[in-house]
Design a protein. Structure first.
Length: 297
């Protein structure tokens, strides 16, 4: 491990992102349109802090060309089907389990959509089912590709740079530590109510556990392809579909159910990670971490 490179990466990733995460606090009440706009812009920009950190750490810390980050490599094409389809499948499972465990009620009348449309000019004339259909279709098709552009900012850092640098510790420890760092990185946003609005303090712990679990899947995609593009697509698909079940549910506290990031969402993710381990898909290169460090390809 190159400690100088790691220090540069962590300093840039955290300092830049946390600054951007905290900017919205200076723009009024949380529900004000101005604050929400600033939050969207600043937090979207923060997603590229790890990517910038990876670039600077590679050039200044490792003194290697940017090609070692493997941005020109795709790797195993089949991995991209997993990257695209697994997040929505996990989200749908989280929604089903939320309903089965009584943590939310099935809402085929689309109450929340109807309420939102009622407040929009001319919205009452648009059928709620049509809005749901369009949102679901976009979440499964265009949105993952669009979100990949921002997901790449994080995945270039967490999986493209940090994970390979930690591999000398062993694949399991590298996956665990990279997921832990990824989770802690979200803390300022979570404390402002992101993802776990009813439990922002507890949410920091919940988000960290989620990132360790989901990070194992993203790490598997990276190690299988040796490319940041596969986990970036998975990250984009996750962001596009994580809340998809909420179109069909009501009376849900999203800390505990309704989304793949909730407590109920851990079940599907955990089972999939156990399947990866049980089927020997993890570790990807048992006993040979050096073979999956970034290469010039």
């Amino acid at each position: 491990m190159n400690r100088k490179a790691l220090l540069i990466f962590l300093a840039v990733s955290f300092c830049l992102a946390w600054f951007l995460f905290l900017i919205p606090l200076a723009f009024g009440e949380p529900q004000s349109p101005r604050r929400q706009t600033v939050t969207m812009v600043a937090w979207t920009a923060a997603m590229w802090a790890p990517g910038i950190g990876a670039i600077l750490a590679t050039v200044s810390g490792l003194r290697r060309p940017l090609s070692t980050l493997n941005l020109r490599r795709l790797g195993d094409r089949k991995a991209y089907l997993w990257a695209w389809l697994l997040p929505p499948l996990l989200a749908i499972l989280a929604g089903i389990l939320t309903w089965l465990f009584g943590l939310g009620k099935l809402d085929l009348e689309f109450t929340l959509i109807r309420q939102a449309m009622a407040n929009a000019p001319g919205g009452e004339s648009v059928p709620a089912w049509l809005v749901v259909l369009i949102q679901a279709a976009l979440s499964l098709t265009f949105a993952p590709l669009f979100n990949t552009l921002f997901g790449l900012g994080e995945e270039l850092g967490w999986r493209g740079f940090l994970l390979p640098q930690l591999l000398p510790l062993g694949e399991g420890r590298a996956i665990l530590l990279s997921g832990l760092v990824w989770g802690i990185w979200h803390a300022p946003a979570i404390l402002q109510g992101h993802n776990y609005p009813s439990q922002p303090v507890l949410g920091v712990f919940l988000m960290t556990v989620f990132c360790i679990l989901m990070g194992a899947i993203f790490a598997w995609l990276y190690l299988r392809t040796r490319s940041p593009w596969a986990p970036a697509l998975a990250h984009g698909s996750l962001n596009a579909t994580a809340g998809l079940p909420m179109l069909f549910l009501k009376d849900v506290d999203i800390t505990y159910g309704g989304t793949v990031l909730s407590l109920i969402g851990w079940i599907g993710i955990g089972v999939f990670v156990l399947w990866l381990i049980g089927s020997k898909r993890l570790p990807v290169q048992e006993g040979s971490s050096l073979s999956i460090l970034p290469q010039n390809e």
